[in-house]
Design a protein around this ligand. Structure first.
Ligand SMILES: O=C(O)CCC(=O)C(=O)O
Length: 267
């Protein structure tokens, strides 16, 4: 039987109060960057202790996964993945309900945003080059944005180890990136690399053209990748089905969609 939630959050203003978003969380420059460039690179959002805990948990969960499933990812895609981190406690809840991220997500997606998922990825040396893509379905002119992606650097993102590439301003494009642009080897004249110290978050409009790049170093390039979505997004209605036990009221709200799609008792 479902237990009654105390301090349940039922709207975005309560959510913002609970996690500590205020009207200074996002500066005017932040808003302008999100509107014009489509992204923010914010250093220092994870402090040393949090970073160390996240790295340790990333490795522990990955080792557990590989023990059960073998090292297929290492041998095929070349990227180590650790999925569904939302079920693994406050360490990760505090990422997807981080005030800076939520303020940016509201700016892009509006009031009915929800959390869409969080997983870890680590392109191994010699791997990681992707074609430019967006994380959202192609938009029609004038339609609202549907996805916000954030990448949380657990290692320094450097020019050598496969910093994410971004093409500023492309979040306003409609349709898919042209086919040639989607080839991994394609060099976009406007591309930039999100070089940033460990602990930074790269928060971007999910429609922005971006990609992983090759890890040319000998080390790791671990990141947590997180999405927030708007009601029109195809996965939106499935978010509320598997809310882990014991999550915070903020995380529960972000994982719940019942008031909007008519399910009962998810809040
Ligand atoms: O890890 C990165 O740098 C970007 C990853 C990405 O865009 C993806 O996996 O879709």
């Amino acid at each position: 039987m479902q237990t009654q939630q105390t301090n349940a959050i039922t709207n975005i203003d309560q959510l913002f109060e609970a996690v500590g978003v205020n009207d200074k969380t996002l500066s005017r420059a932040d808003k302008e960057n999100l509107d014009k460039q489509g992204f923010l690179i914010v250093p220092g959002l994870l402090d040393k202790k949090w970073l160390e805990q996240l790295r340790a948990e990333f490795e522990r969960l990955l080792a557990e996964h590989e023990k059960e499933n073998g090292q297929h990812a290492r041998q095929t895609t070349g990227t180590r993945h650790v999925d569904n981190l939302a079920a693994h406690g406050k360490l990760f809840e505090d990422i997807f309900s981080h005030p800076k991220l939520l303020a940016a997500a509201r700016h892009i997606l509006g009031d009915d945003l929800r959390f869409g998922g969080i997983h870890g990825r680590d392109p191994l040396p010699g791997f990681g080059q992707q074609g430019l893509h967006s994380d959202a379905p192609p938009r029609q002119p004038g339609t609202p944005y549907q996805v916000v992606t954030s990448l949380w650097a657990l290692d320094d993102f450097t020019a050598q180890n496969g910093a994410t590439r971004l093409v500023p301003g492309t979040h306003t494009e409609t349709g898919l990136p042209p086919k040639e642009t989607r080839q991994p080897g394609y060099y976009h004249p406007k591309q930039i690399f999100a070089v940033a110290p460990a602990g930074s978050a790269i928060i971007f409009n999910g429609h922005l053209w971006h990609s992983g790049t090759e890890n040319k170093s000998k080390g790791s390039r671990r990141a947590l990748q997180c999405v927030h979505v708007a009601p029109g997004y195809p996965y939106y209605t499935s978010i509320g089905e598997k809310i882990p036990e014991g999550v915070s009221p903020a995380a529960r709200y972000l994982m719940s969609v019942s008031q909007i799609v008519g399910r009962q008792n998810e809040f």
